[in-house]
Design a protein around this ligand. Structure first.
Ligand SMILES: NC(=O)c1ccc[n+]([C@@H]2O[C@H](COP(=O)([O-])OP(=O)(O)OC[C@H]3O[C@@H](n4cnc5c(N)ncnc54)[C@H](O)[C@@H]3O)[C@@H](O)[C@H]2O)c1
Length: 211
């Protein structure tokens, strides 16, 4: 069996940024780039770039630079965005609607198949043409439509219970926006997104930069 090397979380966190820069280079017709040039663009050291990309076999040739399109495609494979992921949104309020209305997720292959809510007034409404359905249909919908990801944009008091419901329905991953830990079995992947924590880090930097 092929041995899979464990890649550090820090490297994985940096990959989407490499992907974005390489996508822009590719779109503007750049075919090759050295780690030094990429370093100047991304404001990351060239040695950091070489170290990061060496985790995946390097893709570069000494003195010849990286093949932009190849590297772009390889990073897409590593990130698993070389294939579509079916997704649903639970919670059709402000945040849920904003996510549904942002079409670019779909360009990255995250296909929003349905939106769910427990407010009967929302039933039958559509957001960007996607129907809002009631929670009694969610488990069946997950199974029938091969849903991999659930975005949870509901109040925190409901999040644990709904998290368990979708985990029991066989969901692989949860994109959790509710400000609470879900405490689910390890096989359910949870990515917590807390904008207020990001804002607090920003505040810390303002407070400590002495500007
Ligand atoms: N993570 C972040 O960075 C971030 C940023 C903003 C808001 N939030 C959080 O996201 C959540 C949604 O915020 P919002 O402003 O969109 O709120 P909102 O009140 O506009 O929307 C919440 C929606 O969830 C629905 N809902 C409530 N309980 C439910 C349940 N048990 N099952 C299904 N649907 C249910 C409601 O009917 C409503 O439509 C909140 O928990 C909020 O704290 C997170």
């Amino acid at each position: 069996m092929e041995e899979t090397k464990k890649i550090s979380a820090a490297v994985i966190r940096r990959l989407p940024r490499y992907y974005r820069y390489l996508g822009e280079l590719n779109e503007s017709g750049v075919q090759r780039i050295s780690s030094k040039e990429l370093s100047a663009k991304m404001k990351v050291t060239a040695s950091q770039i070489r170290q990061d990309l060496n985790n995946f076999g390097g893709f570069g040739q000494q003195g010849y630079g990286y093949n932009v399109k190849y590297l772009y495609d390889e990073i897409a494979k590593i990130l698993g965005i070389d294939r579509p992921h079916n997704m649903i949104i639970i919670g059709a309020g402000n945040l849920g609607q904003a996510i549904v209305n942002y079409e670019d997720f779909e360009k990255r292959g995250f296909v929003i198949k349905g939106v769910f809510d427990n407010n009967p007034e929302m039933e039958g409404k559509t957001i960007r043409g996607i129907p809002v359905m009631m929670m009694d249909a969610v488990s069946d919908f997950i199974k029938r439509n091969e849903i991999e990801i659930v975005a949870l944009t509901i109040p925190k008091k409901a999040a644990k219970e709904v998290g368990k419901l979708v985990a029991d329905a066989g969901i692989k991953a949860i994109w959790n926006f509710a400000h609470t830990d879900l405490n689910l079995p390890d096989e359910v992947i949870v990515e917590n997104v807390h904008l207020s924590e990001s804002l607090m880090r920003l505040s810390y930097t303002i407070a400590n930069e002495g500007r």
